[in-house]
Structure formats: structure tokens, C-alpha cells
Ligand binder design. Sequence first.
Ligand SMILES: Nc1nc2c(ncn2[C@@H]2O[C@H](COP(=O)(O)OP(=O)(O)OP(=O)(O)O)[C@@H](O)[C@H]2O)c(=O)[nH]1
Ligand SMILES: [Mg+2]
Length: 184
Amino acid sequence: MLSILRKARLKDRELRILMLGLDNAGKTTIVKRIMKEDINTVSPTLGFIIKTIDFMGYKLNIWDVGGQRTLRSYWRNYFEKTDCLIWVVDATDRFRLQDCAEELAGLLQQERLLGASLLVFANKSDVAGGMGVQEIREGLKLDEITTHKWTIMPCSAMTGENLQEGLEWVVKDAKERLFLFDCV
Ligand SMILES: Nc1nc2c(ncn2[C@@H]2O[C@H](COP(=O)(O)OP(=O)(O)OP(=O)(O)O)[C@@H](O)[C@H]2O)c(=O)[nH]1
Ligand SMILES: [Mg+2]
């Protein structure tokens, strides 16, 4: 039933993207950059923001949810019908990589997120001395993930690096799944 609904939405070319990560990771700045809005006026997200963009012929509904510790218990309210989870990591925040890994591991155990693919954005690549993709990949134990299709990319909300490429991956992945559904 769920897969039929999802297929219907995919056929409507509409995707639901859930953007999560620790506070200060850069989620809202990434969304603003994608929307071509002013990125100098970002403040911590206390609730959530939904933005819709047309991309490669798809309508992407991006849910940007605040990541402060006290807000993380609300994340579960946004799981339903997620096609892709974008997990944003602050590559300059080595100190909280363990915290970041634990939060992601918790999410990947959620039954309602089982159908979602995972795009990890290693954000703030414009800052020298930050963690590289390999370090984050190991820190988050991405290679141990068997339940979700995943990828990791460095990106920067400041320069715009890889933001388009990330969304392309999301859309391509959705298209592949639609193809798979059509085969069953
Ligand atoms: N240098 C640099 N700074 C960034 C980048 N992305 C975001 N920032 C900065 O990081 C800080 C936090 O950005 P936000 O977008 O508010 O982070 P968030 O993940 O939405 O945080 P919460 O809403 O609290 O969960 C801001 O000062 C941004 O300017 C980036 O790619 N490079
Ligand atoms: Mg925010």
C-alpha cells in the first residue's frame, strides 16, 4: 500500500526531502542558497521550514527542521513519506562528530524512514582545516549501512559547491526507484 502511494507521488514527480543534522550544520543556509535567497540573514531554526523548488522536472518539497538538542525529539514528526534524508554535517565540527554519528544511527533505525535514501552533505568545505569526506564517512560509519542507499558529498552553502549535484543524486535515485516499481 505504502509503495503504491509512493509510486503515485513519484509519478506525479513530487519528492519529499527531509533535511536534518545537528544545529549549526548549515541546513537552512543550504536551503536558502538553493532557493537563491539571502544567506546572510540565517538564524537558528526553532521549528521547521518547508520550501518547494522545481528541479529537473520534479517538485522537491524540502523540510528543514531545527537541530538543537532540545528540538531533536520533534524530528520524528517529520519522518512520514520521506523519499530522501539529507543529513547535513558541519565538517568544521570535529568535536561533535560522535554526537552527529549517534543521532544519524538513531534515525536509520526508524521504521518510518526505511524507504528513504540517504545523502550526507559534508558542509562548509570552503573552510580550511575541516574534516574531509573520508574522515566523516568513517566517523559516521557509513560503510556499515545496509538498510539504506547512501552517498556522501562535500558541499558548501557559501560557494554553492555540490548543492545542485546533491539534488541531482536525489532525483536520479527517485527515478531509479520508479523504474524498479514498474518492474514489479
Ligand atoms: N563557512 C561556511 N559557513 C556556513 C556554511 N553553511 C552554513 N554556514 C554558517 O553556519 C551557521 C549555521 O547555519 P544554519 O544554516 O543556521 O545551520 P542549521 O543547520 O540550519 O542550524 P539549526 O537551524 O539550529 O539546526 C551560520 O552562521 C552560517 O552562516 C558553509 O558552507 N560555509
Ligand atoms: Mg536551521
